[in-house]
Design a binder for this molecule. Structure first.
Ligand SMILES: Nc1nc2c(ncn2[C@@H]2O[C@H](COP(=O)(O)OP(=O)(O)O)[C@@H](O)[C@H]2O)c(=O)[nH]1
Ligand SMILES: [Mg+2]
Length: 349
């Protein structure tokens, strides 16, 4: 039976990066996996990244898995056609109450189709320090703490760049690095252990408070074709653009939750992202030395603590400043709407 591994955690925690690293590790042993990505909007950097990594990837867009449970199931069932032994699923980084709205219904109604792995929640140590500080943003801290409270497994990510770790009240976290592979095999063994129980915790969520917290974030997905006057490598377009966006957001006193850019050209692609303002060495992946190209297909996914209109203005400014003809193909910006899950269990299945 196919194992469904859900991996949650706040925006920028390292979910997609871990899924791709874990899927690569499985591929190394001849185990086939697929993934389902998720976002409140359409046009996802994560889905493109999973496809570039060579995995069957599908997405649920327009709302979280909880609010689109039937769509989530339909996509998981469709992926079964590729006979994956594992399907990884990544819920939106602002989402919580996943145990009650996804894990329990899966266990109750789909036990003959999927084995459900323990629910893993990833934590970026730097984000944890911010969220556990006394002056933390109350809305984001509410989401962050609840996400951890419903996990079966909590894991700190980015171990390659963190020496000391903050204390997480009430949990014994694992330690992972998708970059170096540290802890990835151990985590996979835990997730794939046929005897491991999944969805053992349930939150008591006040949906008014939850909706208010999510709506304090602004969302922007932007896709466009950039025809440069002078050919550039994708890295030479993406790096300065990311820096400019970060600079404009910082000037406007807008805290970044996650800013991702993927640039695809006929010579190769680059994906880069930052998870906080002024992140000194943004992580980039793809074809760093791809030859210069004039035509770039650019996709920007930005989540920040702001009204969406401000994000829209800033992205319009930064892309407008490129020495290029820019044709916008898709643009949406919004505050996430109130979550209304299809199922919500008050007891463990
Ligand atoms: N140094 C380091 N960076 C990582 C690691 N995992 C993820 N990142 C970076 O953290 C950022 C957010 O990762 P992503 O997987 O997109 O997070 P998601 O929003 O939770 O899916 C990206 O820039 C990644 O390259 C890791 O193990 N080590
Ligand atoms: Mg992701």
């Amino acid at each position: 039976m196919t194992t469904l591994i859900l991996v949650g955690g706040f925006l920028g925690a390292g979910k997609t990066t871990l899924l791709i690293a874990a899927a690569n590790a499985l591929r190394g042993r001849g185990v086939r996996s697929a993934m389902i990505l998720n976002d409140q909007g359409a046009e996802l950097v994560d889905t493109l990244l999973a496809s570039h990594a060579g995995f069957e990837a599908d997405e649920v867009t327009g709302a979280c898995f909880c609010c689109r449970f039937s769509d989530f199931i339909a996509r998981a069932e469709r992926l079964l056609a590729h006979e994956p032994q594992v399907i990884f699923a990544e819920p939106v980084g602002s989402c919580m109450d996943i145990s009650a709205t996804i894990l329990q219904p899966l266990k109750e109604y789909y036990r003959d189709r999927f084995r459900v792995a323990p629910f893993t929640v990833l934590v970026d140590p730097e984000r944890a320090r911010l969220m556990l500080a006394p002056d933390a943003d109350p809305h984001l801290a509410y989401l962050f703490r609840n996400q951890i409270a419903e996990a079966d497994i909590v894991a700190f990510t980015k171990a390659d760049r963190e020496e000391t770790l903050p204390e997480l009240p009430g949990v014994v976290p694992r330690r992972l690095s998708a970059r170096t592979g540290q802890g990835v095999e151990a985590w996979l063994s835990e997730a794939l252990d046929p005897d491991a129980a999944a969805g053992l915790r349930l939150l008591d969520v006040d949906y008014e408070r939850y909706a208010e917290a999510e709506a304090s974030l602004g969302w922007l997905n932007w896709r466009g074709v950039v025809e440069l006057k002078r050919a550039l490598r994708p890295a030479a377009l993406t790096g300065p653009l990311l820096e400019r966006l970060d600079g404009l957001l910082t000037e406007a006193a807008i805290p970044i939750a996650h800013l991702k850019v993927i640039d695809q050209t006929r010579t190769g692609y680059i994906k880069a992202s930052v998870c906080r303002n002024g992140e000194t060495a943004p992580e980039a992946e793809g074809d760093l030395f791809a030859a210069p190209a004039r035509k770039h297909n650019l996709l920007i996914n930005l989540r920040a603590k702001s009204r969406a209109e401000a994000l829209e203005r800033i992205v319009a400014q930064a892309t407008g400043e490129l020495a290029a003809r820019v044709t916008v193909a898709h643009r949406e910006s919004f505050q996430p709407g109130r979550p209304t899950p299809e199922h919500r269990f008050r007891r463990l299945a």
